[in-house]
Design a protein around this ligand. Structure first.
Ligand code: ZN
Ligand code: ZN
Length: 319
């Protein structure tokens, strides 16, 4: 990845005064640079999406290549993710735990930079160990023309490292930094992501099923719900497992007609107590998911082991 990072940093300035369409540099960011990051992630790459961007229709002010956890986001415009940002005018490459700015700008309007700064502070507070290891808390972009995105990146930056291209570390050290920041990224999600710290899951679509859950259990529970709700996973679970409850055989279309057609809930079966902070979750649709009706799903979460669907089937059968 070292060569690819250098190639973009050194060549982008000359490229961005030329036509964007079909430019080799734009393709390089999307393909070769992206592929080098996938390679650096090693076997963990299967749990992530990696995307590179040099612009859309015209050159971006800041080219980037990002790693997304699909449980959090699949787009650079929202959520939080790990990204390399090229401040090519300054000869700097920022490795950053950063946030999508477009969605925040759309939601909050003029005050969005403050929202991003607040959330960056929340991230630092939530993973203080990683924030201490990645001490760069301010990143700069120089005199880039289009100011909105660079300002957003600067505000959304939680922590990371800044490399000067004249002193770029070895391939091995770059990979180690990426790996450590990915661990911080996953740990952040496990500890509640960007959810406000005072938030406890009560009411709404799911209730906390067990009174007196301690903090770690609440985290695991919310993490489970994130996996359940991962749109691509639940879509694929439905395609693979069908739309009939695998505990009680309820089918929403049979019960509710057209209103219920296609409705079912995905339920993650890997015991979350076995999951570690900062370790990527690879989802296997066949093995790791069941589809349940809304009732059975809630009852599954009241089991001591929510993955033990045989226990739930037994209860239903015995009634
Ligand atoms: Zn059911
Ligand atoms: Zn579930």
């Amino acid at each position: 990845m070292r060569d690819e990072l250098l190639h973009v940093s050194n060549g982008f300035g000359a490229a961005q005064v030329q036509d964007f369409a079909q430019h080799p540099m734009a393709n390089y960011v999307r393909d070769a640079l992206r592929a080098s990051i996938v390679d650096a992630l090693g076997i963990a790459a299967g749990a992530y999406r990696v995307r590179g961007g040099a612009g859309a229709g015209r050159w971006a002010a800041v080219p980037w290549v990002a790693v997304f956890d699909p449980l959090i986001t699949t787009s650079a415009t929202r959520g939080y993710y790990v990204v390399y940002l090229f401040a090519y005018e300054l000869g700097l490459i920022h490795l950053s735990l950063n946030q999508g700015t477009t969605a925040v700008q759309a939601e909050f309007g003029a005050g969005y930079l403050d929202v991003l700064r607040d959330r960056a502070a929340l991230i630092r507070a939530r993973v203080p160990d990683a924030a201490a290891e990645f001490p760069v808390h301010v990143i700069e972009f120089g005199d880039v023309v289009d100011g909105d995105l660079p300002n957003g990146y600067a505000a959304g930056h939680a922590f990371g490292k800044t490399y000067h291209i004249n002193e770029l570390p070895t391939e091995e050290d770059l990979r180690a930094d990426l790996s450590e920041l990915m661990t911080a990224y996953l740990t952040l999600t496990f500890r509640g992501g960007l959810n406000p710290p005072e938030e406890v899951v009560v009411g709404g679509e799911y209730d906390v099923p067990i009174a007196g859950m301690n903090v770690v259990e609440i985290r695991r529970y919310k993490y489970h719900l994130r996996i359940d709700r991962n749109p691509s996973a639940s879509h694929r679970a439905r395609l693979h497992h069908g739309t009939t409850c695998q505990v009680c055989n309820l089918n929403f279309e049979e019960r509710y007609g057209e209103l219920g057609a296609g409705y079912i809930e995905a339920h993650h079966l890997r015991p979350l107590a076995e999951l570690e902070e900062g370790v990527p979750v690879e989802l296997n649709i066949e093995r790791d998911f069941a589809v349940l009706c809304a009732n059975c799903h809630r009852m599954a979460h009241r089991l001591e082991n929510p993955a033990d669907l045989d226990a739930l089937r037994g209860i239903v059968r015995d009634r």
